[in-house]
Design a protein around this ligand. Structure first.
Ligand SMILES: [Cu+2]
Length: 139
């Protein structure tokens, strides 16, 4: 009778541990398939259009000519809207992440002689700016 009880409890323990490990397997499988689903969803949304990004970048410049130049460069390089504030020296751009980036626009501005918060212009590019545009360089 004692042996019988022991057997039952052994069976119970084995069943219990099997059940819990099965549950554990199940939940880990569940979470990994959830992860796959999320990854697929991200993948799908990457294939569709991501929402446009609005970002602000410091761009050194001086005058209305700078404003026209800076905004034109941003618009020519993927920005859908561009607004440079002559007082604050901040450029606000809206762009589609698939088509442009702040880094990319920044590089183009530096090439035209404008230092930015991300990239410094080469001296040659800065020197090529019209006299009225030669802003005070900070670096
Ligand atoms: Cu200027």
């Amino acid at each position: 009778m004692k042996i019988y009880k022991l057997l039952i409890s052994a069976v119970f323990i084995v069943t219990f541990s099997l059940t819990t490990s099965a549950q554990h397997d199940h939940s880990s499988m569940g979470s990994s398939s959830n992860m796959n689903m999320n990854m697929n969803m991200n993948h799908n949304s990457n294939m569709m259009m991501l929402p446009p990004k609005t970002e602000t970048l410091k761009v050194w410049g001086k005058c209305a000519m700078c404003k026209a130049r800076i905004e034109k460069i941003a618009l020519a390089n993927g920005a859908t809207t561009a607004d440079w504030n002559v007082k604050t020296k901040f450029l606000t751009v809206v762009y589609e992440p698939e088509r442009s980036s702040l880094d990319y626009i920044s590089g183009k501005l530096a090439k035209a002689g404008h230092d930015t918060g991300l990239k410094s212009a080469k001296d040659k590019a800065y020197n090529a700016l019209p006299e009225c545009c030669k802003y005070e360089r900070i670096r």
